[in-house]
Structure formats: C-alpha cells, structure tokens
Design a protein around this ligand. Structure first.
Ligand code: ZN
Length: 307
C-alpha cells in the first residue's frame, strides 16, 4: 500500500460511454445542454462522443454536431473516442474542438473479435498509424484496454498479456493508458495487485482505472486502485452506460459516487459535488426515469445532521 494521493483526476465519460449504452437515443439538444452543465462543475476532463459509424451506434450519430455546439472552455480538456482511421478523419474536421484522442482495444482476442472484428494484433497495427497521425495534429493520445480484469468469453486475462499490449501502446506515443473492467468482473484484491505491478512496470505513464459497477464492486475497486497509487479515473455521471452485457446490467461506476468517496477520504478532485448531482438530476429528467447512483439517491454526506 502506498500513501494515498492528495488529488485525483477524473475523466467524465458519461456523454460517450453512457449515452452510447443507454437504451434511449438522447436528443442532441439535451446532450449539448447537459455537457455544458457538466463542464461548469469543476470537471477537467470529459469524453464528449465517439466518431463511430451511425448505423452501428445510432446513439452517437450526432457526435459531430454535439462536439461543434458545446461550449469550449479553457479549463476542460475535451476528448473524442476514435474507433479507426475513418473516425479520426471525421473528427479532424473539428480539430479545434477537442484536445484528446482516445483509442480502445480489448485484451481478450475473443472480445476484440466480437467487438471490432479484428485480432488484437490487427487492432494494434491500425492503432499505431492512427495514433501517429493524431499526435501529428497535436492531440494527446489516450488508449483504453478493455476486459483487463476478466472477459465474459475467455475468463481471466493474464496481466502479462495486458502489459505487453500496454508496452506497444506506449511505444505508439499514448501518454495515458486506461485499464477497463468492461463487464464488472474485477475484485479489489486483483485490482490492487494489478495496479501495484503496473506502476512498477510503467512508472512514467499515466495509468487510469475504468471500473463498472455491474456486480456492485465498483467503489471497492476504486479504493483498491487508489491504495496502489492510482490517481486517475474514468467514470460516468448517474452510473450511466457501460457495456450492456448481460442485458439489464448497471453501468460505469458513478462519478458522483467516486467523487463523494474520494472527498470523504481527503482526496481532492476539484469537482463541486452538489453541482455534479444536479447534472445527474437533469439527465434523469431528460430520460424520464431514475438513474441508479447512490449519492444521487441518498444525497451527499451531511455532517451537519450528525447525531
Ligand atoms: Zn465503461
């Protein structure tokens, strides 16, 4: 266990990971309004959308419009998920509207094949060139590896395999590597050991944790990662999204739950928690149904009401 960090960085991925995986198609006006609200909460990093084929993911078909319309702020880094070269070309038409390009691939051959119809090697080969072009445009490159802590098709993934992939991504110039528990299979002990090893192996790379609350272990995994030195997280306001497998599963660990826990532990995020909760409320209204995050339901810890 290392000393706890004083501050943690959070990338809000709800507008991409959330909107993409919720059953409804969120109206463009609602997306723009709620993203603008999110960027006024003190969040410093936000993944806006993905430049995927609209016939594959209709929920994000308005990605370019959303990116063009949201208010650009000097204190918030905007990121876009880039699935392939075509996606990068389309995103670059709006180059001035974002700062970071995120890429993804799976550490499981079967999951990668089912997800993007490529072997992991083929994904890496394409990513190499796309990342090079993104960097030439001055974009900061972030790569997220999915199913790191377990794959629904292959079971356990060896950390060594994940580290081999990480090594290549770092070689391609990715400044930050995210490790995603795509279907919520991670446990805290595993997470602690994984990040301990990862920081030893990659001391000069920003390593990010991306947990899903599918089996209710999201916050426990955040704690385990923090205790192993991780100070960078991706999460989704309202607990939206996540890989919808199996159907009906809850989504990403909720940003307001992570922020509340970290603040209570004395770790700053720079995020105004009540303002963030208002964003999840606005989202509930837009969707016309309740979202599932704990802090949204219970409210922040209120020490004034202490008995
Ligand atoms: Zn996710």
């Amino acid at each position: 266990m290392t000393d706890l960090p004083k501050r943690a960085k959070i990338r809000e991925v709800g507008p991409r990971d959330g909107f993409q995986n919720e059953p409804e198609v969120v109206a463009t006006d609602d997306k723009v309004r709620i993203i603008d609200q999110l960027t006024k909460t003190g969040l410093t990093h936000l993944e806006v959308t993905s430049f995927v084929r609209p016939d594959v993911i209709p929920q994000l078909a308005d990605g370019a419009e959303v990116l063009a319309r949201i208010e650009r702020r000097a204190d918030v880094k905007f990121g876009v998920l880039i699935p392939n070269r075509r996606g990068l070309e389309n995103a670059l038409k709006l180059r001035d509207h974002f700062d970071e390009a995120s890429f993804f691939l799976s550490s499981s051959e079967t999951h990668n094949m089912k997800n993007v119809n490529r072997t992991v090697g083929q994904s890496l080969a394409e990513l190499s060139g796309v990342a090079e072009d993104a960097r030439a445009e001055g974009l900061r490159c972030v790569a997220v590896i999915s199913t790191v802590f377990g794959c629904p098709y292959e079971g356990k993934i060896e950390p060594e395999r994940v580290f081999e992939i990480t090594e290549q991504l770092v070689e391609f110039g990715c400044a930050e590597i995210g490790f995603a528990d795509t279907t919520g299979m991670a446990n805290p002990l595993q997470v602690g050991e994984f990040f301990g090893d990862a920081f030893e192996r990659f001391p000069n790379v920003e390593l990010t944790a991306h947990f899903h609350n599918t089996r209710g272990q999201g916050l426990a995994n955040v704690l385990a990662a923090v205790q192993s030195g991780c100070a960078s997280f991706e999460s989704s306001f309202g607990e939206m999204g996540g890989c919808p497998f199996p159907p009906g599963s809850t989504g990403n660990v909720a940003t307001e739950d992570v922020v509340s826990m970290l603040h209570e532990m004395g770790i700053e995020t720079g995020i105004d928690l009540p303002a963030l909760i208002e964003c999840s409320r606005a989202m509930q209204e837009a969707l016309g149904r309740n979202l599932t995050s704990h802090v949204l339901t219970a409210g922040p810890v209120d020490w004034a009401g202490e008995a």
